[in-house]
Design a protein around this ligand. Sequence first.
Ligand SMILES: [Zn+2]
Length: 476
Amino acid sequence: MTARLPIRPRIENHEDIAAYLQRCATANNLTFIELTGTRRHAQVWETPSSSQLEAAAFQTETTVERLREAALTTAFAAAKPARTMTGRRYSGVPAKCPECEVDTVAARLAMTVLCPRCNVLLADQHDPHPLQPPTVLSDVQTEVLQTVARARRSRPARERLARLESLMKAQEWALWRNWPALLPGEATEWRERVMSFTANHAEPGQILPARPPALTAELMALTWQPSATPSETSRHLDNVAYMSETWAPPKTGELPAEAQQRAADELRRLANLHGLRFSHIPTTIRHQGDSIVLPRHLQTTRAAQAIAMAAVVHSLSTGATMTAARVVERQGHKTTDRVLRLATRMIRNRHMWTHFAAHASVLHSEGLLDLERLRGELRSLTAVPRSALTALPPQCLAVTRPTEIAAAWVWLDATQGRLAGGPYPAMSERAIRRFDRLLNPEGRLTLREWWQERTEQIADQPSTEPRGQRRERSTG
Ligand SMILES: [Zn+2]
């Protein structure tokens, strides 16, 4: 319909074009489709065409310029809608201001959490009655939106927004598993409310696809300051990686100093009496129930723990110190600067020794394996022969490139480490987890027997469990 509407509401300050056209349709007893030929939540209203703008301007007696200002890509030309944390809000459910009830164009972006008209927290279907957010949020929101406005011309502004995005992503994990210090003026009640949303909605190990404004607000307020410079960002990401650890040694009721002393004694005992050496330490730490490839948020801290543990075991068994970088070099893999920085911190941190002692006990009870030698022997294994795969479940053979995936699986199973340093350091982690899920116990045993025969790998000590059943903890 292209006639002038009998009733023509005025567009509100900050109002989104589609929200405005919806009000016009409703006022005239029309549906949105009857008025515009599209759906209310069609993405086309983020970048309407000239003919759509002209038609709407005529129908509503508004100028084309005013309507264009109400479209996302004009109003926030420098925003990056595709970003998961700061970009487009999940479609179809606009966040509304509970006070003025206007759908603002700004609210199409996830990083807009306060109504630009009323400065109150936006409400959406996940959290229809939000609490009062910490006051610090108002300043953060203003600065974020000013940075978006500058981003078109300013490279530093664009870079800061990119850092903010990566920080928010990383912070989300640490937020669920830890309790970062409260923000200035932040109430425990508010924080609990934010956390309980995820407890009720998120799958373990998954980043939420749809975050209510309160959660985005919390993530943004926790990370905006650290996004100021690359070095602050890096420091914050180090801390976040460190805090992503979910595992802790069982509580003993000892004082920290006592627990640390006992851990050091235990590590010395394993080194002196049972021959625990550098070569027995894997390149990542996996605990019972962990998947064969760790989830992303744990990879940094667990790789750092393994490197630090290898350095500590080396120094206890030989008396010589070893840097984190030298550990990585000798183990024959690659890692990031962040992992090296964390590992260096952990070598000095006596609390981490309680982790190392717990893991060393597990390695010992399962039979110490010369993982360094295994890595050397399996590094060039790029495919498991088809003849060795015949006993696997048919679904395992139906995956893409099964002989290569089996080689990557064998590498992980035998070395208990990471993909780094192996034949496929960049192989799809998802594909390997899927292959591992498809393997039945017999399939695992077959592959395990195959690599054990191939490497003639002998444990330094007899194992207490039959071979082949060991390390089930690290698959699944
Ligand atoms: Zn409002």
